[in-house]
Design a protein around this ligand. Structure first.
Ligand code: SF4
Length: 176
């Protein structure tokens, strides 16, 4: 998940990130991750899972065997783009998915322009996320005291992403 995803979910669902995010130790070479002490291990942001069902914290059972995303309009962009990917300018189905395989989806029935738009948004959000993760890690490396998860959440909640700027533009009254 990106910083923009966390901010959108926190604002849209009126939740603190600690209520839906957990930090998991990630791959050393992944510079999208956050550290808490100089040279320390790196952690990335994940959606919490419910302890009993193991399902996403936002998955709501609406009837036996039927579930819906309870955060739909605010869901992470990676959820909005699932199961699509963009290769050489064309929207296709990802080769490897945890839910079904390429034959489980029908491109002819998918809103391909919406997928293309969301994949582009996700790429932009990741490049912004990488820049902010570098900024956080540089602060941690320059400090003599370890940082805490709460400080990371404060940093994320105080960040300003291009999605926030677009939202502000949409909310601004039109000039005459
Ligand atoms: S789409 Fe699924 S995984 Fe994504 S936020 Fe909603 S319930 Fe969670």
């Amino acid at each position: 998940m990106t910083i923009a995803d966390v901010r959108r979910l926190a604002a849209g669902m009126a939740l603190h990130p600690r209520e839906f995010v957990y930090l998991k130790e990630g791959k050393e070479e992944d510079n999208s991750d956050f550290r808490f002490k100089p040279g320390g291990p790196l952690y990335d942001l994940h959606l919490l899972h419910r302890p009993v069902t193991k399902g996403c914290v936002f998955l709501m059972e609406i009837a036996p065997g039927k579930a819906r995303c309870g955060a739909y309009v605010h869901r992470p962009i990676v959820c909005a783009t699932f199961p699509a990917s963009l290769a050489q300018g064309s929207v296709g189905i990802r080769e490897k998915t945890l839910c079904g395989g390429p034959d489980s989806w029908n491109l002819a029935t998918m809103d391909l322009p919406a997928y293309r738009r969301d994949i582009a948004r996700n790429r932009a959000a990741w490049s912004e996320h990488l820049r902010m993760a570098r900024e956080w890690n540089a602060r941690v490396d320059a400090s003599t005291r370890p940082a805490t998860e709460e400080q990371l959440y404060d940093f994320i909640l105080a960040a300003e992403t291009s999605e926030d700027a677009e939202q502000a533009d949409r909310s601004a009254p039109a000039s005459s």
